[in-house]
Design a protein around this ligand. Structure first.
Ligand SMILES: *[C@@H]1O[C@H](CO)[C@@H](O)[C@H](O)[C@H]1NC(C)=O
Ligand SMILES: *[C@@H]1O[C@H](CO)[C@@H](O)[C@H](O)[C@H]1NC(C)=O
Ligand SMILES: *[C@@H]1O[C@H](CO)[C@@H](O)[C@H](O)[C@H]1NC(C)=O
Ligand SMILES: *[C@@H]1O[C@H](CO)[C@@H](O)[C@H](O)[C@H]1NC(C)=O
Length: 459
């Protein structure tokens, strides 16, 4: 009944009328009043945000479907990942802390809150938004955990407890939205961590072999309420709301069908709450875009984007590809993506990287080795040494940097043929092959994202 009600609403307005129904609050300049007193004030802290008191920032309008999304993910900021900031995990002196869930469980709340506030305040600053804009990028995708969204019992009928997570990132997010607006960057907010965990990866907040999200109607309904809350509170300051990152559709048919129903219900709920102006993003849940043929296409959906992720490093089959094989594998994806995008919904490659190995320390989880050098488990196959393939770029050969550039070009090429691309990730402490920022510094990534050293890289 819920669903059919919103179908009727959607069908009874033309797109233009639906847009006029938009109830998005015009919060174009979020005043950040609740940043805690920060341990080490820097020029990038509260006072550094010129945007909270100045006139309304005016962003260049972005025509989705006509303009190409070129962006970076701000990984490891509001959802910790051991491989992106290993120092945070090392500093705990506790090998049992493998994700944000165990961090909350096994440390003193106040001490960790202070540590996290320092991280939220320093990992990404206004200078990063300036550098991202100067690199010709027009979007950031910001991963967020449900535990950072300050819902109260008036926002959901489900539990509002975030235990054992440590909440408090929200004001830092609001400040970032002001920076984005001031520097002409469009924002995708991405629910990276859902209640119960939607995939069991450490990057969902909780590393577990038994994620629960899809099995709990309470968790799902809380997730929908979270989406509605975000749309109502900050919808006017963001461009796209991604309803969930990487739900584990491959785990079972149940996971796949629950995910499908969730995307439909969350879409309807957000539309019902804030009207037609809020663009939304869904993912393929690892099932391939063709599995989503006809899903949320116009007129049953409007303003929806498909987020496809591409990595070629998480299996021996992929690692055994030569550099040229990685390039041609990427090229071979193009016809399918183009065909899906042209007959369904806008489609982007929302996560991909330059890595051709899984060598980055703790990429497979804190305390876990790499498939590439066989350190992942005793007796496993080795493809070579990790030396010179990860860590600081001073160890990278020119030949390796050339590959990083070619691999970047072929993957941006895929994105350019559809609606865009978003690189994973802007910064990493000690894995320069994954860092857009270090790629610019090291010269293997161009300051103009349309520059090509290898035009016609795909035949
Ligand atoms: C793309 O541009 C055309 C021409 O300016 C316009 O009519 C159309 O609405 C635009 N499409 C989108 C999705 O904004
Ligand atoms: C954390 O700090 C608050 C405020 O100083 C205090 O009331 C609370 O008891 C502390 N909590 C713990 C677990 O130490
Ligand atoms: C909570 O449940 C009541 C009764 O079913 C319903 O009227 C209300 O809309 C619900 N609130 C939310 C936020 O879902
Ligand atoms: C997830 O659902 C279970 C019940 O199925 C509930 O006990 C738990 O509190 C929920 N988790 C969150 C984070 O809301």
């Amino acid at each position: 009944m819920f669903i059919s009600f919103f179908f009727l609403v959607l069908l009874s307005f033309s797109p233009a009328e639906a847009k006029r129904q938009c109830h998005l609050r015009p919060k174009n300049n979020l005043v950040v009043t609740s940043l805690p007193s920060l341990p080490t004030p820097t020029s990038a802290s509260v006072t550094g945000s010129s945007t909270t008191t100045s006139a309304l920032p005016s962003r260049t309008p972005f025509s989705y479907g006509n303009n190409t999304i070129r962006g970076v993910n701000l990984g490891g900021w509001f959802v910790l990942e051991p491989w992106i900031t290993p120092s945070i995990f090392e500093n705990t002196d506790d090998d049992g802390i493998v994700d944000e869930f165990t961090l909350g469980q096994r440390t003193d709340f106040n001490a960790s809150l202070e540590m996290l506030q320092n991280h939220w305040n320093t990992w990404i600053t206004e200078d990063d938004f300036i550098a991202i804009a100067e690199a010709g990028l027009n979007h950031v995708r910001i991963p967020l955990g449900y535990w950072s969204v300050p819902m109260t019992s008036s926002d959901t009928n489900q539990s509002t407890s975030v235990d054992p997570y440590i909440p408090g990132a929200w004001p830092y997010l609001l400040r970032a939205l002001n920076w984005a607006a001031a520097h002409n960057i469009h924002v995708i907010i991405d629910l990276h961590g859902a209640p119960g965990s939607q995939n069991g990866y450490d990057n969902s907040g909780q590393r577990t072999s038994n994620p629960q999200w899809a099995f709990s109607s309470q968790n799902i309904s809380r997730t929908i309420d979270t989406m509605v809350f975000i749309a109502k509170e900050i919808g006017g300051m963001i461009d796209v709301l991604e309803l969930m990152n990487e739900p584990a559709g491959f785990r079972s048919d149940t996971w796949a069908s629950v995910t499908r129903q969730y995307f439909q219900d969350a879409y309807d709920a957000v539309r019902g709450a804030v009207g037609g102006g809020m663009r939304m993003m869904i993912g393929d849940a690892f099932l391939g875009v063709d599995d989503w043929d006809g899903f949320l296409t116009y007129p049953s959906g409007e303003g929806v984007i498909m987020d496809k992720h591409m990595y070629q490093i998480f299996s021996n089959l992929e690692l055994s590809r030569s550099e040229d094989d990685h390039i041609s594998f990427a090229c071979n994806q193009i016809p399918d993506f183009v065909s899906y995008a042209s007959s369904n919904i806008w489609t982007i490659i929302g996560e991909w990287s330059n890595a051709k190995t899984d060598c980055a320390l703790w990429l497979n989880g804190r305390g876990t080795g790499a498939r590439w050098d066989g350190s992942i488990s005793p007796g496993s196959q080795s493809f070579g040494s990790c030396q010179g393939l990860t860590g600081d770029m001073s160890t990278f050969s020119d030949e390796y940097k050339t590959f990083l550039r070619r691999y970047w070009e072929v993957q941006t090429e895929i994105g350019e043929r559809i609606n865009g691309w978003i690189f994973w990730t802007w910064k990493a402490e000690n894995a320069d092959e994954w860092s857009y920022q270090r790629g610019l510094e090291g010269g293997w990534l161009p300051q103009d994202p349309t520059e090509r050293l290898y035009p016609n890289i795909c035949p």
